[in-house]
Design a protein around this ligand. Structure first.
Ligand code: DX5
Ligand code: ZN
Length: 215
């Protein structure tokens, strides 16, 4: 059964209380909170203050995806805001191992996110030190984009790397996940599906989450 992480990027921010209630009642496992800085990605979203509100409104796991440069400057603020896990982008971190150590030192889970152009082989040396790989199925910055088919091959390669080394790293697929492609993504080896537009724009978000859970 896949873990479902609901992305809040495509929520109606005028109705966040209702969204939280619905999410809490749903079978979603994680809330996926997308932090964008207008520098690493061409969009700006929200900061630790909003994460703190969500932390108070839910008992579910707050999965924070940092699409920002120099994440070491802000990681502690996000941890203090209540993040259960923090993912940093490999492409934004010249000292990736240090970033991972910093997150682990907070006693929370550490993830590494990779863009569509980044080969999974670049994760090889940090794989034993992380809990999660957030593999982008689209170029980061916006919800509602189309899944890049080459991602299937990358999921299979990463699954093989993790299993051959007996590691417990989770593979999270972020961007472009729909009810139509979700079962193929799971079959390729993913553990976690980030659901943004496919859930928020559906007529019955709770039912859509249930359908994804049953895949
Ligand atoms: C994209 C974000 C995603 C996004 C997913 O940069 O990291 O989490 O919200 O949205 P959908 O599921 O609509 O592609
Ligand atoms: Zn994300």
């Amino acid at each position: 059964m896949p873990i479902i992480a609901r992305s809040l990027l495509s929520a109606n921010f005028l109705k966040l209380e209702e969204e939280c209630k619905m999410l809490n009642e749903s079978e979603a496992d994680w809330y996926h909170l997308d932090i964008m800085d207008g520098c690493f990605v061409p969009n700006i979203s929200f900061g630790p203050m909003i994460v703190e509100f969500f932390r108070k409104a839910t008992t579910k796991i707050c999965d924070v995806h940092l699409m920002i440069v120099e994440p070491d400057k802000y990681a502690e603020q996000f941890k203090n805001a209540g993040a259960d896990q923090l993912s940093v982008h490999l492409e934004a971190c010249p000292h990736l191992h240090r970033n991972i150590q910093q997150i682990r030192s907070f006693g929370i889970k550490a993830g590494v996110a990779i863009n569509p152009h980044t080969p999974v082989s670049e994760l090889s040396d940090v794989l034993p030190d992380i809990d999660l790989v957030c593999m982008m199925g689209v170029n980061p910055g916006f919800g509602g984009q189309k899944f890049i088919p080459h991602t299937f091959e990358k999921i299979k390669q990463l699954r093989k790397m993790i299993d051959e080394r007996g590691l417990k790293v989770q593979i999270e697929i972020d961007g472009g996940v729909t009810l139509e492609n979700a079962s193929s993504i799971i079959a390729a080896g993913a553990d976690v599906l980030v659901a943004g537009n496919s859930v928020f724009k559906s007529a019955d978000p709770k039912a859509t989450i249930k359908q994804l859970k049953q895949l």
